[in-house]
Design a protein. Structure first.
Length: 197
């Protein structure tokens, strides 16, 4: 139900992995983080002197997170690592995500030190798909373009199934709009209705 989870069909591929796998990973992480928060609240009831921020946000070894996600999604470690990398703010991608002041999309993980991850709960519970989508576009630019083009066909098919009458002429591709021989834009779906005489 989080914003961005339905941006692409589940079978669209980024870096050789289906978008559905990235979505399943986020759903799994949301569940784990929600459970962690629940445990933190129970602990605070018994030990109210604890500082909530010291128990809510924790660090974990990257290897451990890979192992857990790999087991949960039933994929190999390299696939789990690829998914985790697409959800992690690092030194390498910080310019991409932090280039505009005040415009940080919260990451699910923050890479710190040697192979460690910080798991900020606010990252997983505040629209994690926005970070994921931004990173997929940055990391897999050509896959992104292919997926966007595929999304237009899905939209067209969904729209055309609503209009089954033979009185509708439907173009099964995008329609290019030109002016003076130059392409201006395109129309994703084209429907012509034949009126009764």
């Amino acid at each position: 139900m989080m914003l961005g989870n339905d941006t692409f069909p589940r079978e669209a591929k980024f870096g050789g992995q289906e978008f559905g796998l990235y979505c399943a990973a986020v759903a799994t992480l949301v569940g784990w983080f929600s459970k962690h928060l629940g445990f933190c609240f129970e602990l605070l009831k018994k030990q109210p002197s604890l500082e909530p921020r010291n128990i809510v946000t924790i660090t974990v070894p990257l290897e451990y997170e890979v192992e857990c996600l790999s087991a949960a999604l039933e994929v190999d470690d390299s696939t789990a690592l690829q998914v985790i990398n697409a959800l992690t703010l690092t030194v390498e991608n910080k310019k991409e995500h932090c280039s505009i002041a005040g415009n940080l999309i919260t990451p699910v993980f923050i890479g710190i030190g040697e192979n460690k991850l910080l798991r900020p709960v606010w990252g997983i519970l505040s629209e994690p798909f926005l970070f994921l989508l931004h990173e997929l576009r940055y990391r897999y630019c050509s896959d992104w373009d292919d997926a966007v083009n595929g999304r237009e066909q899905v939209f067209r098919n969904d729209l055309y199934t609503l209009l089954l009458s033979d009185r509708f002429y439907k173009l099964n591709r995008n329609a290019l709009l030109k002016s003076g021989g130059q392409r201006i834009t395109d129309v994703d779906a084209f429907i012509l209705y034949e009126a009764c005489a």
